[in-house]
Write a protein that binds this ligand. Structure first.
Ligand SMILES: C[S@@+](CC[C@H](N)C(=O)[O-])C[C@H]1O[C@@H](n2cnc3c(N)ncnc32)[C@H](O)[C@@H]1O
Ligand code: SF4
Length: 363
């Protein structure tokens, strides 16, 4: 019998093996050539630190640093994917990709276009911080072909947000929808000051807003380790048992509006494959991940880039091979591949009436 904390830990797994199993070193780039139809680009920069954040991010508004990083992204993509390779899906994740200035965005997208063929993009997603509310930026993103915004809401309640060092929510969802973006929203369950009432009003708001999908993450604080544990403002975060209770409540509430896909992910369309980007259509199962800490997935091979910004940029610009030990690889064996296939089959066929079934089965 699994205890709640096991369920929660497994709820956020996006790769099927623990990182401790990865090998360092080099691997033939050929693995990433022909099959790659998706490109993930990690943009780690944020304006200010949310006290719960466990992501690979850098607090900096130094545009020079942003642009240097963009140059290393261009080089990485050029060195790893064939010239004019056709990409069908593009995903900017972070950090806060929406924090980049319009000129930096232009530089980023122009450089990618020089190297890859983006004429056939069916999906171009960007993670959007609600503070970057800026009509001009939204119009610009529309003009370069962005199809979806994934907005980090966390909670609608200003007390909950203030406590974790976030501003009150002020995002014009209707306007973004009018511009033609698909809208997704991320929420966290487990933050201090959340309770049954706030969950109930969150559900009402979600049902009335024009979201195409929503994702609920159980609060996770473990990756900082005990030494770096950041205090979550004034409140006490929820107990694991309460988080599970609320996730089940959310599940029941949203079934009338969304299709469940497991891991707290609900969307209005059919999506089959779990990747770093959440659930996506099968065609994006294989993808190249550029940027600091990014994962790439090609069949049974998984690669992870160096996780520290300096290590990443020096590895990308390095002429010698010693730095290659900063990259990590893992080849899934037949048993692990089979376990993964069975897991997803179950996920697809079972219609997720109880989210715990899916979390607890993911090994
Ligand atoms: C890559 S972040 C991008 C969002 C964007 N930077 C923002 O904050 O609006 C994606 C999501 O991960 C979730 N997340 C971040 N840290 C988390 C944590 N410690 N526990 C659970 N979920 C977390 C948040 O819901 C966040 O919106
Ligand atoms: S939650 Fe988002 S905005 Fe906050 S520090 Fe993390 S990545 Fe940056």
């Amino acid at each position: 019998m699994l205890i709640a904390s096991d369920i929660l830990k497994r709820g956020r797994r996006t790769i099927p093996v623990p990182l401790s199993k990865f090998n360092t070193g080099t691997h033939s780039h050929d693995f990433f050539l022909d099959l790659t139809s998706g490109l993930y680009v990690h943009l780690p920069f944020c304006k200010r630190l949310c006290s719960f954040c466990e992501l690979n991010m850098v607090i900096s508004n130094d545009e020079k640093l942003h642009n240097e990083y963009i140059t290393s992204l261009h080089l990485e993509i050029k060195n790893n994917l064939p010239l004019k390779h056709k990409i069908n899906g593009l995903y900017f994740g972070g950090g806060s990709p929406s924090f980049l200035s319009i000129p930096s965005f232009k530089m980023l997208i122009e450089g990618i276009k020089e190297t890859l063929d983006l004429s056939n993009l069916s999906q171009f997603i960007i993670e959007y911080h609600p503070d970057d509310l800026d009509d001009e930026k939204l119009l610009f993103l529309k003009s370069i072909g962005v199809t979806e915004l994934r907005i980090g809401i966390q909670d609608f309640d200003s007390t909950v947000l203030k406590n974790v060092n976030r501003n009150p929510l002020q995002f014009n969802f209707e306007y973004a929808k009018k511009l033609g973006f698909k809208l997704g929203a991320d929420f966290i369950v487990g933050l201090p000051h959340q309770n049954k009432n706030s969950m109930t009003s969150m559900m009402e708001k979600i049902k009335n807003l024009p979201f195409d999908f929503v994702q609920f993450y159980p609060l996770k604080l473990s990756s900082f380790g005990e030494h770096n544990f950041r205090l979550l403002g004034s409140g006490v975060h929820l107990a694991d048992s309460e988080i599970v209770e609320y996730l089940q409540f959310i599940h029941q509430e949203l079934l009338s509006v969304f299709k469940p896909h497991g891991f707290g992910f609900y969307s209005k369309e059919n999506l089959n494959t779990r990747t770093l980007m959440g659930f996506v259509p099968d065609e994006f199962k294989n993808f190249y991940g550029a940027g600091v800490g990014s994962f790439s997935r090609m069949g049974n091979l998984i690669k992870q880039n160096p996780v520290r910004l300096n290590d990443y940029t020096s590895a990308i610009f390095a002429k010698n091979t010693s730095i290659l030990s900063k990259f990590k690889y893992y080849s899934l064996n037949d048993e692990e591949i089979l376990a993964e296939i069975l897991f997803y089959e179950k996920l697809k066929n079972n219609a997720v009436t109880n989210p715990q079934i899916f979390w607890s089965d993911y090994i």
